[in-house]
Design a protein around this ligand. Structure first.
Ligand SMILES: [Zn+2]
Length: 294
């Protein structure tokens, strides 16, 4: 397809991180010329080809564009990143068409299977497939590609509050233990994980005490030193307040939504996971959520 629009050359580009170069874009009397870095792996070259085709057919992309992997090395013109984003969207749609993707999503509830299929059928990298898939999914979904016991890459869908583990950190299988769904599939040497996180959790509490008393008890139980308890309780309340205002902004300001947001926020914070595992944690969060949404 690209050759119908341009002269295409595969060549070793001796500048590290350059995926490709597009020359003579919209230059009258000249045919566009594309150089694809032959040093890159096949799936990456394929995506670059689709990306360069985007530069060629999008009318306002003009002149010469050097596609560089590393943003710090780019002498960024004002429009550079906008054009890059547009060309990437074009490439994603060309290689992984919306209609086809919609059909794939309807065929199975297993997102890891969709991810695997998307990557293998469309001949795109697992990362490109994950980006495409997550861009069309609703909030409260997270994913990790696991390779050799490490997080190869991770991500979340737009609007998801939960943080995901850093790339190249050690993979912890229990990282989203509060998820309502978890699917995995193997592709090549990596395992794809997709979790669905709760967007609503019904409050349950039979504890007659006010939330302040429950919090005091939990803080003592998990062994926070007395001179640090005040600061610790402030950060607990800060997390609840952040979850509450996130739900207000989203327009889903109900107690079950605030509880679900609290679960995501508390599990993100290494210093607070101890409190999230306490048996009275749900009593505390339920009381806070119902008070805040009254
Ligand atoms: Zn580009």
């Amino acid at each position: 397809m690209l050759e119908r629009y341009a002269d295409v050359v595969d060549a070793g580009i001796p500048i590290a991180g350059v995926d490709g170069v597009c020359l003579n874009l919209k230059v009258p009397g000249k045919r566009p010329r594309v150089v694809i870095n032959s040093a890159n792996p096949p799936l990456r070259r394929r995506f670059t080809e689709a990306h360069e085709l985007g530069h060629i057919v999008i009318p306002w992309h003009r002149g010469t564009i050097v596609d560089h992997l590393d943003p710090e090395h780019v002498e960024a013109k004002d429009d550079y990143w906008l054009f890059e984003e547009e060309a990437n969207q074009f490439a994603a749609e060309l290689l992984m068409p919306s209609d086809w993707l919609e059909g794939l999503l309807e065929s199975t509830p297993d997102l890891s299977q969709c991810h695997k299929c998307l990557s293998e059928e469309c001949e795109v990298s697992a990362l490109a497939a994950a980006r495409r898939l997550s861009s069309v999914l609703p909030p409260n979904i997270v994913f990790i590609a696991e390779k050799n016991g490490e997080v190869e890459f991770s991500g979340r869908t737009p609007g998801t509050l939960a943080k995901v583990p850093a790339w190249q950190s050690m993979f912890d299988p229990g990282v989203f233990r509060y998820a309502t769904g978890h699917h995995t599939s193997v592709t090549g040497t990596r395992r794809l994980h997709w979790w669905t996180l709760p967007d609503k959790v019904a409050g349950v509490t039979t504890d007659p005490r006010p939330w302040r008393e429950i919090l005091d008890e939990m803080v003592t139980d998990i062994g926070v030193p007395p001179d640090d308890q005040k600061r610790f309780k402030m950060s607990v309340n800060g997390v609840v307040a952040a979850a509450n205002s996130a739900m207000k902004q989203r327009g889903t300001h109900t107690a079950p939504a605030v509880i679900a947001a609290c679960l995501q926020r508390f599990h993100d914070r290494n210093d607070l996971t101890g409190i999230a595992a306490h048996p009275s944690f749900m009593d505390f969060v339920s009381k806070r959520a119902s008070e805040l949404t009254q």
